[in-house]
Design a protein around this ligand. Structure first.
Ligand code: ARG
Length: 469
């Protein structure tokens, strides 16, 4: 063919060279080169299978594997030359392989297409990212458990509507965060089941006429099985959307976590001290210590959810099978994984250094009539209907507000003025300690219950860790 289009993919069909801007516009190599290790891993497995099925000779297979291994080293040490002309990571590697080993390199693409190749690469990439993410998630969960253990008996106000509601323990509050992350971990594990299915062999869309062994390639690559429909395999990115959804949920949880840390470290709440190493000062206000890490994480949660929506919209209405639209899946996906692993890492590093200001937490619980429900429950136990008890306690709270005293600071005579059912034993229920200690059913805030929950959680992490080995 003419020299003008000699470098173009599938060049024989084209009479014109690609427009210079279109070449740049359609190329993905700038970002998909990141999947080079997975691309090489997939190609080595593919060549191994082709040889086992008699489609490549052993000499060709060995030349391909050696060449790809060397290319992997060139990419790792930065000497590999990436070219926009070769459009994407797949063509760049294949072209270099052919440069290195000659005609055997041109045989690597037998029985496959970039369509099943790229779908395989993304799945391998996500699988390895999820290993990193899970490791950071586990570090964070462990840090939360350690902090919760220190504070199983530390009393603080629990809130509804951000108003003081009932006393709880800080350990119990921390364990709520643990539970959110526990479900996130389950979701990650579950989405791996659908990621870990192998598209290779679907070829462009219809499969291949070569006598390939897809089970062998799947096994070589650690996939649970080959995909069941070639059209579906090369087109759908639902597994990526699912991952982005799980990532969005984790980031949503971290944003809630962040919001509370930011609030609690502000001077007017002052429940915790954030470690200096995770905060910055202000360029103008010398007194400032800003909780940058939680603020950034809170901000980044929006960007990850944005990627989820981008991926959903990318897939929406796409006809079967592969469309070039799908090249747009990579940047949001890469950024989702990077953002998630970085946010989890920052949190796992930071949480062990958070210090609780116990006296401030305690006083805040006291100031907020947090044991009002306990007084109502006390009256109910003595025979009053709950609605009536609610009314009586409302009056007691009003007296407390007017005289600036907590319920436990009212006198017995004053309390008896509201109801004759009150006797001396009431004070055991009106203290913050009595209130939390009484909630000892499973899921409750009593220090002993929190300790048991921490114990069970440690066991869970140990079991999950053993499952990963
Ligand atoms: N760079 C492409 C992508 O990311 C690879 C698959 C290209 N296939 C094709 N038929 N143009 O999706």
């Amino acid at each position: 063919m003419t020299s003008v289009n000699s470098e173009k993919l599938s060049s024989a069909r084209f009479a014109q060279a690609t427009d210079a801007f279109v070449e740049v516009f359609t190329a993905s190599v700038d970002f998909d080169q990141r999947m080079a290790p997975q691309d090489i891993q997939g190609s080595i497995a593919h060549a191994t299978m082709l040889c086992a099925c008699g489609i490549l000779t052993e000499a060709e297979r060995d030349a391909i594997i050696n060449g790809l291994t060397q290319i992997g080293a060139e990419i790792a040490d930065g000497t590999f030359v990436w070219s926009i002309k070769q459009e994407d990571v797949h063509m760049n590697i294949e072209a270099r392989l052919t440069d290195m080993i000659g005609v055997a390199g041109k045989k690597l693409h037998t029985g496959r297409s970039r369509n099943d190749q790229v779908a395989t690469d993304i799945r391998l990439y996500l699988r390895s990212e999820i290993v990193q993410i899970t490791a950071q998630l586990t570090r964070l969960q462990t840090a939360i458990l350690d902090l919760a253990e220190q504070h199983a008996g530390t009393i603080m106000p629990g809130f509804t509507h951000l108003q003081v509601a009932q006393p709880i323990t800080f350990g119990h509050h921390l364990m709520a965060w643990f539970e959110m992350l526990r479900r996130d971990r389950e979701r990650l594990d579950d989405c791996v089941k659908r990621i870990n299915i192998m598209p290779l062999g679907a070829a462009a869309l219809a499969g291949t006429s070569y006598p390939i062994d897809r089970f062998m390639t799947a096994e070589l690559l650690g996939f649970s099985r080959p995909s069941a429909n070639s059209l579906d395999s090369v087109s759908d990115r639902d597994f990526a959307i699912e991952f982005a959804a799980v990532a969005s949920l984790i980031m949503m949880h971290l944003s809630r976590f962040s919001e509370e840390l930011i609030l609690w470290s502000s001077a007017f709440v002052d429940f915790i001290d954030m470690p200096d190493a995770f905060c910055t000062g202000s360029s103008i206000m010398p007194q400032k210590k800003n909780p940058d890490v939680p603020e950034l994480v809170r901000g980044k949660s929006g960007r990850v959810t944005g990627h989820l929506v981008a991926l959903l919209m990318l897939m929406k209405s796409q006809p079967l099978a592969y469309n070039k639209d799908n090249q747009e899946d990579k940047e949001p996906l890469f950024d989702t994984a990077d953002t998630l692993v970085n946010c989890l890492r920052a949190y796992a590093d930071m949480v062990p250094h958070i210090t609780a200001k116990k006296a401030n937490m305690y006083n805040a619980a006291k100031r907020g009539f947090a044991t009002a429900t306990d007084l109502a429950d006390y009256l109910v136990r003595k025979g009053m209907a709950f609605r009536d008890a609610h009314e009586v306690v409302g009056l007691a709270v009003r007296l407390g507000l007017e005289s600036q005293r907590d319920l436990s600071e009212l006198t017995l005579a004053e309390l008896q003025g509201f109801s004759a059912l009150v006797s001396e034993d009431v004070f055991a229920y009106l203290t913050l300690e009595g209130s939390v200690a009484a909630r000892q059913h499973i899921g409750g805030t009593a220090p002993e219950t929190v300790k048991a929950a921490i114990q069970a959680a440690r066991q869970l992490l140990d079991n999950l860790g053993m499952g990963m080995e």
